[in-house]
Design a protein around this ligand. Structure first.
Ligand SMILES: Cc1cc2nc3c(=O)[nH]c(=O)nc-3n(C[C@H](O)[C@H](O)[C@H](O)COP(=O)(O)OP(=O)(O)OC[C@H]3O[C@@H](n4cnc5c(N)ncnc54)[C@H](O)[C@@H]3O)c2cc1C
Length: 436
């Protein structure tokens, strides 16, 4: 008899964990539980709709779900439909891979002014995440600022900057496609507290700004010098120097008479959002960088903008009973170990860092860790497993979406896509559940 394993969260970390665990426990029965009727976490709801090749990783994930001993229990939210205690009672091993879906706040006055959004909400809106589809961001202004210097900030600005034609082969949600087609932004700002050298952009994503149809790039007051901190690894150094080279190229080439500009503003910390009924401006303070940290200088300036998107990181949304580390915003864990029989993987373990593939390496390491802790895990078969969970969900009339049903939802989305679009996403759970 094999272990009964629950993996909560069907994003990359959950799916890589399933694969790794099956290598060592081929007889295990694995239930992959997700709050949404759709699997794949941020691959569906986070990765930019115009980056379809990145989403091709789902082909590998489909093979995991095709295994005889792996089930998908979609539309089942732990904390609502099942409790943490019930999971621990049912399964020999529980892996929590619930990601980090809550935006970190800027923590400045005016942050709740209409027109300020977190990146998780804004990205979720254009990606058709059911939780964010009603965001209706205010897009009728001329200027938008994204605070943050990672790839998520670049994604947001690029999606807003693109023309309808440039998005025509993406899987952007129809409501967002319409709203962005009607938007008339002329200035899009990417704001970082530190130097160009400190940005965590990847060169491929940065270079895309040189190819936008209606937007040129302006690089502001940037010290495009390579005074790299000595402890930077060779790999990191290569990325940073490549970013600098791209920014230098942008700075030299100007905006070419295009009607819209993407501005890179470095060494500027957000201080306050101005505006009453809606955003009027973002106040920034110049910084200098000391030992890798941004130190404010007291010199302030106002950026007249209509929308502010904060792309400064995420925290995990815990469910009742799960040990939580408030200071780090992740499930409390020691290299993945939470408590006997319970482990955390991916973004809910170490925070919002790394690309899809990083979760694979992480899953390999965590599986090793689980194997070394097996002496303290009771032998397999002592717990009822999915049978108990099925009974509880049935008693609670939860409409569980299994993998075959997801495949029908998937096929229906593909079938109703406009020409050129890979799919037209359903954006309400109700619509998804109507597909029998
Ligand atoms: C905007 C954005 C763009 C990105 N773009 C790229 C990119 O281009 N390339 C790249 O390689 N990486 C990209 N990444 C990073 C990549 O998406 C992450 O590395 C990866 O998704 C993290 O995987 P995860 O499984 O930890 O979390 P997630 O992918 O967030 O999966 C978590 C899953 O848990 C489920 N869940 C949460 N709470 C519960 C609950 N209580 N009960 C049941 N289920 C629950 C969620 O519904 C979700 O399906 C991007 C990330 C973001 C935010």
């Amino acid at each position: 008899m094999g272990y009964g394993i629950a993996i909560v969260g069907s994003g990359p970390s959950g799916l890589y964990m399933a694969e790794e665990l099956l290598k060592h426990f081929p007889e295990a029965s694995i239930d992959i539980i997700d709050a949404l009727p759709t699997p794949y976490g941020l691959v569906r709801g986070g990765i930019a709709p115009d980056h379809q090749t990145t989403k091709a990783v789902v082909r590998a994930f489909e093979r995991t779900f095709a295994r005889r001993n792996v089930r998908f229990l979609g539309n089942v939210e732990v904390g609502r439909d099942l409790s943490y205690e019930e999971l621990k009672a049912a399964y020999d091993l529980v892996v929590l891979s619930i990601g980090a879906a809550r935006d970190r706040r800027l923590g400045i006055p005016g942050e709740d002014t209409p027109g300020v959004y977190g990146a998780a909400a804004f990205v979720g809106w254009y990606n058709g995440h059911p939780q964010h589809r009603d965001l209706s961001p205010l897009l009728d202004g001329e200027a938008l600022a994204v605070v943050g210097n990672g790839n998520v900030a670049l994604d947001v600005v690029r999606v807003v900057a693109k023309t309808p034609a440039e998005l025509s082969d993406s899987d952007i949600a129809a409501h967002a496609q319409r709203a962005l087609a009607a938007a008339r932004f002329r200035d899009l700002y990417v704001i970082g507290r530190r130097r160009p050298l400190d940005a965590s952009f990847t060169p491929l994503e940065l270079a895309e700004f040189g190819q936008l149809e209606r937007c040129g790039v302006v690089v502001h007051d940037a010290r495009l010098t390579n005074d790299v901190v000595p402890e930077t690894s060779e790999k990191e150094l290569k990325v940073k120097l490549r970013n600098l080279e791209i920014l230098r190229r942008f700075a030299a080439s100007g905006v070419d008479g295009k009607p819209c500009r993407v501005h890179f503003v470095f060494q500027a910390a957000p201080v306050e959002v101005l505006g009453g009924e809606r955003v009027r401006a973002l106040v920034l303070e110049r910084t200098r960088v000391e030992e890798g940290r941004a130190v404010r200088t007291g010199e302030r300036f106002e950026l007249p903008v209509d929308v502010v998107v904060a792309a400064i990181g995420y925290t995990t949304v815990p469910f009742p009973g799960v040990p939580f580390d408030d200071s780090r915003g992740v499930i409390a864990n020691d290299e993945g170990y939470v408590e006997p029989g319970v482990y955390a993987a991916g973004w809910c373990k170490h925070g919002p860092r790394g690309v899809v593939g990083t979760n694979r390496t992480d899953a390999q390491q965590l599986t090793k860790r689980i194997l070394t802790g097996l002496e303290s895990t009771p032998p397999p078969g002592g717990k009822p497993g999915g049978v108990l969970i099925d009974r509880l969900l049935s008693r609670r009339a939860v409409r569980v979406v299994d993998f075959a049903r997801w495949q029908r939802i998937d096929a229906a989305e593909v079938a109703c896509a406009a020409p050129g679009k890979p799919r037209e996403k359903f954006v309400t759970i109700q619509e998804m559940l109507e597909i029998e």
